[in-house]
Design a protein around this ligand. Sequence first.
Ligand code: NAD
Length: 351
Amino acid sequence: MNEFTYNALPGHIIFGAGKLQSLADEIDRLGCSRVLVLTTPEQIDQGEMIKELIGDRWVASFNQATMHVPTDVVDQALDVAEAANVDCVVGIGGGSTTGLGKALALRSDLLIVAIPTTYAGSEMTPIWGLTENGIKKTGRDPRVLPTSVIYDPDLTLSLPPFISGPSGVNAIAHCVEALYAPDANPITSLIAEEGINALSSSLATVVNEPGNKDARAKALYGAYLAGSALAAVGMSLHHKLCHTLGGSFDLPHADVHTIILPYATRYNAEATPEAMQRICRAMGTEDAAQGLYDLNRSIGAKSGLKDLGFEENDIEKAADIATQNPYANPAPVTKEGVIKLLTDAYHGVRP
Ligand code: NAD
């Protein structure tokens, strides 16, 4: 048995259909009594539902959470939090809303209760992101890890299929890269394999029957596992490429993850046979990259970067950026190799 180091993270997880009802008790358990509710403009109704549910523990709401956490939005939310003298933030939504809660925790000592409604997984990680003047910075800080997370799959029933599918594959990408991370260990690999299994066996049903509660619960369970894996280990070429394409070319986060994953998996396949074996076992497929490609087809995902408005003549520029400060990766990261990967991903060819 190989030696390993595992930095297990704290956090109180409540999982199950209808578990949103435990929110008020959870706030009391944390010793908090003055709550700020965070949402995006699209989820104001869910924010109002939380307000009703927690009664006089509610003191303020802020509903302008925005993708990639712009610092001016954080400033506005912090003003609201200070004016209302809040002691706890409840964020209901996806990675954008959770990200805003994390940014507030970074600049205050507020506790966070996260109620995820997508499969992004941010609620399980101590990773924050902030965007200022168009540049996104990320970092790790234990203060931003939500104190409690309530996973209620009923809240995901309204997540539209075109967001649900890519959001779920984004979570699978966390698991795939966790399997070959330089700091992977037997526990994170177990979590990642189970995460791939739960997500890959439920996503097509989630997309084709969005109201299927069993599939929604399984996908959210997979997302929880994916977030736990992402939290514990470093990511590699796949995430580097997605950060480059999202950050420098303004492409949508989850869609980029979805398109790139089969090709990044192919790129690393030879260098990581054990990880590939685990992905195949989890998905019931003979070839990891092909299995992921077929999963994308089954959820009706966009097939190539060309479908996201990316320009073919930007491939070289993207490869330059992605290879400048590469993350640790099992296969050597070469500009030539990355250009081929991006060209295949641009056209959406079978990997
Ligand atoms: P998102 O939070 O922006 O949500 C996408 C849209 O779906 C929003 O309009 C949102 O209001 C809406 N939505 C969410 N849940 C819904 C529901 N149940 N019903 C109806 N509409 C709903 O997108 P995301 O993919 O969850 O998060 C992406 C962001 O999270 C990115 O900025 C990414 O960098 C970040 N992220 C961070 C980490 C981390 O560890 N820090 C991990 C993963 C993602």
